[in-house]
Design a protein around this ligand. Structure first.
Ligand code: ADP
Length: 188
């Protein structure tokens, strides 16, 4: 199973990615998590990403693409993977296609978690109180949502055109959403 999970910040990608990864026995790869771990570890990659992340902007494609290419070259993705947070721009989507092509593979499906702006804003502000992520404050949330609408929404259109897109309502109980995802994927 080679899957991509897309959706606005706060739609629950991380939560659902972990559950789907377990269900399909593939590694979940979150570009946001990898960046955050690198920021925390004060690596070169972390230093390159930090400024953009704290402003809610996208890390430049050349940095992100190289990181994903490296991650997808490891042995554990041989049998499949679930990408969370990548691709986030049409250019990244094309780049991913090239990486998979080089390995003689392709995506099986792209799942979009659908939730409206009010719902995700509410969730992110709540998460801010619990987790204290630096990019979960009102100004940065607004910026992340506008980046999503401008840069990432076209990615879903791109995959829809390829017949790969599966849209799932992300509003509801975590378990209910997981079952919707599994149901939608088995029907695909
Ligand atoms: P969310 O989807 O809730 O905004 P993520 O954890 O997926 O959170 O991403 C956090 C930040 O990491 C993004 O705002 C961006 O700065 C950076 N990032 C993650 N994935 C990408 C990507 N594919 N391209 C560029 N930047 C990314």
């Amino acid at each position: 199973m080679r899957l991509v999970l897309v959706g606005p910040p706060g739609a629950g990608k991380g939560t659902q990615a972990a559950r789907l990864a377990q269900r399909y026995d593939v590694p979940a790869i979150s570009t946001g998590d990898i960046f955050r771990a690198n920021v925390k570890g004060k690596t070169k990659l972390g230093r390159q990403a930090q400024e953009y992340m704290s402003q809610g902007a996208l890390v430049p494609d050349e940095v992100t693409n190289a990181m994903v290419r490296d991650r997808l070259s490891r042995d554990d993705v041989f049998g499949g993977f679930l990408l969370d947070g990548y691709p986030r721009t049409p250019d990244q989507a094309v780049e991913l296609e090239g990486m998979l092509d080089d390995n003689g593979t392709a995506l099986d499906a792209v799942v979009e978690l659908v939730a409206d702006v009010d719902e995700v804003t509410r969730r992110l502000l709540k998460r801010a109180e619990i987790e204290g992520r630096v990019d979960d404050n009102e100004d940065v949330i607004r910026k992340r949502l506008s980046v999503y609408a401008e840069s990432t929404a076209p990615v879903t259109a791109y995959y829809d055109g390829q017949g790969l897109l599966v849209r799932v309502d992300a509003v509801g109980d975590v378990d209910v959403v997981t079952e919707r995802l599994v149901g939608a994927l088995s029907a695909q």
